[in-house]
Design a protein around this ligand. Structure first.
Ligand code: NDX
Length: 255
């Protein structure tokens, strides 16, 4: 396989278009899984959350790893390129092999799982293909301001995301499916603390890679889970009379 810049451009633009489609579909009504599912639609089938998240996220990890294995001779030079590819795989290693096995979430709709998997194949291919076959970085990229500030944002975002998912998980005992008011960490300030972390993480990745595919994915993440944070916030305000009034939806002190 070789690098086709026009393919990268086309796939990135399509990802941007999917982000806008996602926004237009789910700005007014939330995507129908988790706490927003029952009231909106009844999908034909569901899979236990553990299984569903594992299957859904697996392609985001597997596709870049396969692309790397197929690359002959292996190329991940310079160091910047290698590190950036590792960051992406590291996130999806966590999301595929760790997150699902601890989740206490409700069963996930099969229909969304199918589209989620397609999306993960698509995005895994785009990010992996670009970093492994196309990206060119100067040998001192790792010491530059874009890489270091992006890496810092990525790590801070990932830390917030993992910590917030942990706080959510601790709200339930095994087998429980009720919703409670999240407390602690960044939930003190926002209802969508895990989403805030994930968005910061992918914008950090985009800055560190300084690439169109990564910016397109960060934009998609914003359009996908930004509105979801807003819907979570409205749900909490409607459900809990004692919900902290000062808490914002997604961005501390702002929105
Ligand atoms: N999966 C990303 N669109 C998505 C699945 C759905 O990873 O066709 C995007 C992802 C996909 C979506 C994915 C892409 C777009 C798709 C969509 C389906 C249709 C759509 C494909 C791939 C589509 C077009 C047409 C444009 C192509 O019971 P429960 O499950 O609610 O329990 C929850 C629990 N919890 C609580 N427990 C007690 N008390 C409370 N108050 C609680 N509140 C929540 O915590 C869960 O077990 C857990 C987390 O719940 P929640 O709702 O806060 O997070 P969730 O949305 O489940 O996300 C989990 C993590 C989180 O860290 C988030 O940042 C990350 O995954 N994520 C999620 C979605 C997308 C994404 C990251 C990204 O874009 N980077």
């Amino acid at each position: 396989m070789q690098c086709f810049p026009s393919l990268v451009l086309a796939l990135s633009l399509l990802l941007g278009a999917l982000a806008l489609l996602q926004l237009s579909l789910y700005l007014r009504v939330p995507s129908p899984y988790g706490k927003h599912e029952e009231r909106l639609c009844r999908p034909r089938g569901r899979l236990p959350a553990r299984c569903a998240w594992f299957l859904q996220e697996l392609p985001s990890f597997l596709v870049p790893v396969l692309l790397l294995a197929l690359r002959s001779p292996p190329r991940l030079e310079p160091l910047g390129c290698r590190l950036l590819c590792c960051l992406f795989c590291w996130h999806y290693f966590y999301r595929t092999f760790i997150y699902p096995f601890f989740t206490r979430g409700r069963p996930f709709p099969l229909q969304l799982l199918f589209f989620g998997m397609l999306f993960c194949i698509y995005n895994g291919f785009l990010q992996g293909y670009y970093l492994i076959y196309c990206a060119e970085y100067p040998s001192d990229w790792c010491t530059g301001v874009r890489f270091t500030s992006g890496l810092l944002l990525f790590l801070v975002g990932m830390g917030i995301n993992i910590h917030s998912d942990l706080l959510l998980r601790q709200l339930r005992k095994p087998g429980e499916v009720t919703y409670k008011i999240p407390q602690g960490g960044l939930f003190t300030y926002v209802s969508g603390a895990n989403y805030f972390g994930e968005i910061v993480e992918w914008f950090g990745f985009a800055i560190a890679t300084w690439s169109l595919p990564a910016f397109a994915f960060a934009f998609f993440t914003l359009c996908c889970i930004g509105p979801r944070a807003y819907h979570h916030h409205r749900y909490y305000l409607k459900t809990f009379t004692d919900y902290p009034k000062s808490r914002k939806a997604l961005i501390p002190f702002v929105f």
